[in-house]
Design a binder for this molecule. Structure first.
Ligand code: NIG
Ligand code: FE
Length: 416
């Protein structure tokens, strides 16, 4: 990819960063830390970034005419492919009527307590055949890829029984094989309490039956739990995550989405990779996350869809957290677009465009324990990149509601 107006590598340019701080520039101008090259080129060899920098030297070393594929990116810009670290992208059924109900003033919890919400998706998912689930998931992955996402985490959790939870993880695994987007699988049997079940009894099923089955199939990397008022309390969540840990599944926590009950502190205690949502986190929670290297994953699309107050991204950033953002794509938050998540992050959560890009790439990779080069265009990083039909990365959040991405490469291959 050569003659790009701009290539964002996410590699802090130390000289620039020092100059920026000595000149007293505010974080609003932290572009210096993104490692931006102007009039730039990136060469990819064997699926990895071989060279990135000013177009002249890079194209002399790697002449475009010798390349298997060369993109003249004049007027365009290049960013790492997005990493979307929190989705529930595998589900059956349609809940668009709940969107309307919420607009009429119904709350998420009211819908759930009437058997709607997650429980309705569970009924539809149990009934759906594997091929239908796979087809739907592949088309959601197509939409994500078209919006620049090259790695995505997907949770199970619409089965709520051993058979369907495993079936979901198998479909997620098949989608990963079939699709260019890399998929990181998370087991989330503790996503809701199935209808007619008592919570402790269901937790025992997750611990004694579901987790051992997931372990024996070796089919998930993380174990997540909906630690929420009226769903799983802190002690029940801890039981699930401890059992997951013993089975080799790294903990993640849905924490303080609808109310503050202590999920953030649990994530810190148990050594979770991430704590997600965090709409009601306190200052103490934030300090505990930073101290224990738990990545806060903020999901502004969910707040947008619920009409709720947003997480206080500034408080996390000011505390020194490596904030990540995700779409949380699910039937209650119907957006596959990381670009839209960056727009909301800037306008509603007070992040700078640079901070939102970092949150959607390298920090998001951190929320999935991926190698450090993922979500960057450092030399040696995977050749996963999005080419924007715009002169700067700022157009990702700036061009809200519209996809700024026109071409996507995964491992150096043009996949969109
Ligand atoms: O992350 N909070 C729990 N899980 C999802 C919602 C799932 C659903 O409503 O189907 C979330 O927002
Ligand atoms: Fe979620």
């Amino acid at each position: 990819v050569y003659d790009a107006a701009e290539i964002v590598t996410l590699e802090p340019d130390e000289e620039n960063a020092e100059r920026a701080s000595s000149e007293g520039e505010t974080p609003a101008d932290e572009t210096a830390n993104l490692g931006v090259y102007e009039d730039a080129a990136v060469a990819i060899e064997d699926g990895e970034v071989a060279r990135v920098g000013p177009s002249g030297p890079v194209t002399r070393e790697f002449p475009p005419e010798n390349a298997a594929y060369a993109v003249d990116a004049t007027g365009k810009s290049v960013i790492p492919g997005f990493v979307d670290p929190h989705t529930h992208a595998l589900f059956a059924g349609d809940r668009s009527d709940e969107f309307e109900a919420k607009l009429r003033g119904k709350s998420y919890q009211e819908i759930l307590s009437e058997g709607g919400g997650i429980l309705r998706t569970v009924r539809a998912t149990r009934e759906a055949g594997d091929e239908q689930l796979l087809d739907d998931l592949l088309s959601h992955l197509d939409a994500m890829l078209a919006h620049g996402t090259t790695t995505v985490e997907i949770k199970s959790g619409y089965g709520l029984d051993t058979e369907t939870e495993l079936r979901m993880l198998e479909v997620i695994d098949r989608a990963d094989d079939r699709h260019a987007v890399d998929v990181v699988p998370t087991f989330m049997g503790a996503h809701a309490v199935p209808e007619g079940r008592e919570t402790d009894d269901y937790v025992a099923e997750v611990v004694n039956d579901q987790i051992p089955a997931v372990e024996s199939q070796d089919i998930a990397e993380f174990c997540d739990v909906f630690c929420e008022e009226g769903v799983f309390d802190v002690e029940q969540s801890r039981r699930v995550l401890e059992a997951g840990k013993d089975a080799g599944l790294t903990p993640k926590v849905h924490a303080e989405e609808l109310a503050h009950i202590g999920g953030t502190q649990l994530a810190a205690d148990i050594g979770a990779t991430s704590a997600d949502h965090l709409l009601h986190s306190t200052e103490g929670d934030i300090a505990a996350l930073v101290e224990n290297d738990v990545v806060p994953v903020l999901l502004p699309g969910t707040a947008f869809g619920l009409g709720a107050a947003y997480a206080d991204a500034r408080a996390f950033l000011d505390a020194g957290a490596d904030v990540a953002i995700a779409t949380d794509f699910n039937p209650n938050c119907y957006s596959q677009s990381m670009g839209f998540a960056t727009s909301l992050s800037c306008v509603e959560m007070g992040m700078t465009p640079a901070e939102s890009l970092r949150a959607a790439t390298t920090n998001a990779a951190g929320a999935l324990d991926l190698p450090e080069s993922v979500g960057t265009l450092h030399e040696g990083a995977p050749g996963d990149l999005a080419i924007l039909d715009a002169p700067s990365y700022v157009h990702v959040p700036y061009n809200f509601g519209v996809n700024a991405v026109d071409t996507v490469l995964k491992g150096g291959e043009v996949v969109h």
